[in-house]
Design a binder for this molecule. Structure first.
Ligand code: PMP
Length: 352
C-alpha cells in the first residue's frame, strides 16, 4: 500500500480470486470454469469482431441484450449486461446499498459480497447458515436493506426453492432482493419468472460457467425496467463500454446455440452424480449440489492438507480457511477423464 491511498480504502481487504497458474498444466478444478470449449459459432463471432477492434463497442450491447431477452421472454429494457456478473454485483451494491445503506447475506457465500460491502461503506450483516449449511429463508424476511443470496449458494451448492425466494420478496416489498444465479443452469430452479411480478427482484447470471465464456467476461441481470435503468445509470457514470465488441458478439452467438450449452450442463450434472458417488464410497461427506462444483470433506484428511497434496500431484481444487468450512474442498466438475484423475490422486493420497 502506498501512502497515497485514500484513507477510506486503507483497511479494505480485497477479494482473493482462485489461482490461475500460468506455470504448468494442472487438472484445473478450482474456479468452476466449464471443461467444455465454446461452440464454433461463438469462436467465429469473436474472431469476426476482432477485425473491427479500432471501434468502440455498442454501449447498449443491443445484440446480446436482445438475444438474452428473446431466450427468457422479456424485453430489452429488462436486461442488463456487464463485464462478468462481478461487475453487476459491484454496481448493485453501489446502487442499492452504497453510502451507508444496509445489506444482508449469508456468512458463508460468495466472498465478493463482503468486499463490495466494505468498498461502498455498506452497513452489512452476515447471517449464519444453519448447522447443515442450508439457508433459512425466514431469516431474510422483513429486512431493512438489500438482501443478497446466491442460489445455488457458493461454495455449498445448496439451493432455496422458488417459493422460498418468493416469500423473501413478499416480505421485503421496499427492498431490492438480489438473487445471484451464477450456477442455476446445473439443475436448480431459476426465479427469473418472478421478475414479471416483483419489481424489487434483481436476478443475475453469468456466461462464465454454463456457457463456457469465463475468459470473455459477460454477465447479465434480468429485472424490472426501473432496476435495469438504475444499473445503467451506474454504468454510464463509470464505464459505458464495459462489454467489449468480441464479447458482445460471442454472447449473442452463445445464446443462439443454447442447446449446445444446455447439453454440456446435463453432461456436467451426470459427472457430478458419478463423482459424488465415488467420493462417498471413499468415505467423503458431499453436500447435495445443484452447481458445477461439489463441496466435500473427508474425516481421514484435513481440507488444507488434501488441497496441498492434490496440488503437488497436479490437481487444483479450492480450499477456504474460514473456520466453519476449513475441512472441506470445493471441487469443480470437469470432464469424466479429469474426475478419474482426481479420484485416482485422492486414493493415492489416502493410501500414503
Ligand atoms: N457469483 C458467484 C456466486 C460466483 O461464484 C461467481 C464466480 N466467481 C460470480 C458471481 C462471478 O462470476 P463472473 O464475474 O465470472 O460472471
Amino acid at each position: 500500500m502506498s501512502r497515497y491511498l485514500s484513507e477510506a480504502y486503507q483497511s479494505l481487504e480485497a477479494y482473493t480470486p482462485g489461482e490461475q497458474p500460468q506455470d504448468m498444466q494442472y487438472v484445473k478444478l478450482n474456479t468452476n470454469e466449464s471443461p467444455y470449449p465454446p461452440c464454433p459459432e461463438v469462436i467465429e463471432a469473436a474472431a469476426r469482431e476482432a477485425g473491427r477492434l479500432q471501434l468502440y463497442s455498442d454501449p447498449v450491447c443491443a445484440n446480446v441484450r436482445d438475444a438474452i431477452a428473446g431466450l427468457y421472454g422479456v424485453k430489452r429494457e429488462n436486461v442488463y449486461v456487464s463485464n462478468g456478473s462481478d461487475d453487476i454485483l459491484n454496481f448493485a451494491f453501489m446502487a442499492f446499498a452504497g453510502r451507508g445503506g444496509r445489506a444482508y447475506f449469508p456468512d458463508i457465500s460468495y466472498g465478493f459480497y463482503k468486499v463490495f460491502g466494505d468498498l461502498y461503506g455498506v452497513d452489512y450483516t452476515q447471517i449464519p447458515l444453519e448447522a447443515d449449511f442450508t439457508i433459512d429463508p425466514e431469516k431474510y424476511h422483513h429486512r431493512d436493506g438489500m438482501v443478497v443470496i446466491a442460489n445455488p449458494n457458493a461454495p455449498t451448492g445448496l439451493t432455496l426453492t422458488v417459493d422460498e425466494i418468493e416469500g423473501i420478496l413478499r416480505s421485503n416489498p421496499d427492498r431490492v432482493v438480489l438473487i445471484d444465479e451464477a450456477y442455476v443452469d446445473f439443475g436448480a430452479e431459476s426465479c427469473l419468472p418472478l421478475t414479471a411480478k416483483y419489481d424489487n427482484l434483481l436476478v443475475c447470471q453469468t456466461f462464465s460457467k454454463s456457457r463456457s465464456m469465463a475468459g470473455a467476461r459477460l454477465g447479465f441481470a434480468i429485472a424490472s425496467a426501473g432496476l435495469i435503468a438504475d444499473l445503467d445509470r451506474i454504468k454510464y457514470s463509470t464505464n459505458p463500454y464495459n462489454v467489449n465488441l468480441m464479447t458482445c458478439a460471442a454472447g449473442a452467438a452463445a445464446i443462439k446455440n443454447n442447446g449446445y450449452y444446455m447439453d454440456n450442463c446435463r453432461k456436467i450434472e451426470a459427472t457430478r452424480a458419478e463423482t459424488t458417488k465415488r467420493l462417498e464410497a471413499l468415505g467423503f461427506t458431499v453436500l447435495p449440489s445443484k452447481a458445477n462444483f461439489i463441496f466435500a470433506k473427508s474425516d481421514r484428511i484435513g481440507g488444507g492438507e488434501l488441497y496441498q497434496e492434490l496440488k503437488k500431484r497436479g490437481v487444483l481444487v479450492r480450499h477456504f480457511t474460514a473456520e466453519r468450512i476449513k475441512d472441506f474442498n470445493r471441487i469443480t466438475i470437469g470432464t469424466p477423464e479429469q474426475m478419474d484423475t482426481l479420484i485416482q490422486k485422492i486414493v493415492e493420497i489416502l493410501e500414503a
